[in-house]
Each structure stands twice: as C-alpha cells, then as structure tokens.
Design a protein. Structure first.
Length: 202
C-alpha cells in the first residue's frame, strides 16, 4: 500500500477527524485495487507462460483446459441446434490437440462473479489444480471478505468513505495493508510454484 496514504491519515488525525476517516475508508478501495491486480496479473502470467513454453492442449490437465479453451466452450454452449453436435465434437477433439497454444489469450480469467472474494480464489485454484489453501493463514479469509465488503460498500454508494473509515484506527488500517500484501504475495508465489512444478500438466 502507498505509505503516503497512511502518512496523510496520521496528519489528519491530529486535527481533522472527518478527513482522516475518509482517507481510511478510501484505503480499502486502494487496497482492493492492489489485491485485484495481484490476482489477475498472476493468472495472466501463468497463461503467458503456457504460451511461451509452447504447450498444447494435450499437455495440460483437463481442469486447466476449462480456461485455456474458453472460446471453444463458449462456442459449443451457444451453438444452435443445427451446429450443436458439430461444435461439441470439435470441442472434444480440441482437448487432445498437439498444436501449441501460440494464440492463447492471456487476458482470459475464470471470473465467477464473486468480486474477488475467497470463492474467486477457490475457483482459480480449482481451474489450475492447486490443492494448498488459498490463503497463507485461515484468519485471512475474513480479511478478504472485509476488504471486498468495504470496497463494494464505498464503490456502490451504500456507505461513504467516512462511514467506513470511521470504524477503524490507523493501526487497524496498517494491519489490513500488511495482511493484503501477505495474501497477494502468497497467491502470486503459489501460482508460480505450482506452474514451475508442472502442476498444470497432465
């Protein structure tokens, strides 16, 4: 987290409690952006590695193919009656393709609509066949839910930054920042370790 934000909070806390509360509330929006970027970028990096390593569908674990072959899955699911079986047969054939995934779109993301809650991390872990916990410590599950809820409350206008931030001390915001950094680092590291260990391959 940008430590300048926390410095600003400390400055405001001396004389401007409303501004301090607003800064603390906006810190959740800022931290959410950092967290989302870490998760999304890690997935993009893994897909870029699949492309760079010239892997083909036949090399990959079937769970990973649900994302890698997303366009084929989408096409098969939306095909009309006259093309449905042809599309299904093409999809099944593509699972065994030995053609390297040179055109793999590394912006693909297994979004499940949960706004990066723990369920989203679990979906990503399932797609890539990762079996370790999605967070380094069980208590951090609650931290993610708190982060997402506060960010969404502000972003969707349910609560003001002042209302959200007013419930937290500066020390609590600092602890939240440290925890989100820990979650992001763990996520990136585990995804990289899993790929390097051949975890996405059959």
């Amino acid at each position: 987290m940008n430590r300048q934000v926390l410095a600003l909070v400390r400055t405001f806390e001396r004389s401007k409690s409303l501004e301090a509360a607003a800064c603390k509330g906006l810190a959740f929006v800022h931290l959410y952006g950092i967290y989302e970027y870490a998760v999304h970028s890690a997935v993009q990096a893994l897909l870029a590695a699949i492309r760079a390593d010239n892997l083909c569908p036949r090399d990959l674990h079937h769970n990973s193919l649900t994302l890698v072959l997303n366009p084929a899955f989408s096409s098969a699911s939306s095909a009309g009656r006259s093309r449905a079986w042809k599309q299904r047969l093409e999809l099944v054939a593509s699972l065994e393709s030995i053609i390297p995934l040179q055109s793999l779109d590394d912006t693909l993301f297994p979004s499940d609509g949960s706004n990066y809650r723990v369920a989203q991390l679990e979906t990503i872990w399932s797609v890539f066949g990762i079996t370790v916990p999605v967070v380094p410590e069980p208590r951090l599950v609650g931290r993610i839910e708190e982060l997402v809820e506060n960010r969404n409350a502000i972003a969707h206008g349910r609560r003001t930054p002042e209302e959200v931030g007013g419930r937290y001390s500066t020390a609590e915001i600092e602890k939240t920042a440290d925890d989100i950094e820990k979650i992001g680092s763990y996520f990136v590291t585990e995804l990289e370790r899993h790929y390097n260990a051949g975890g996405v391959r059959r």
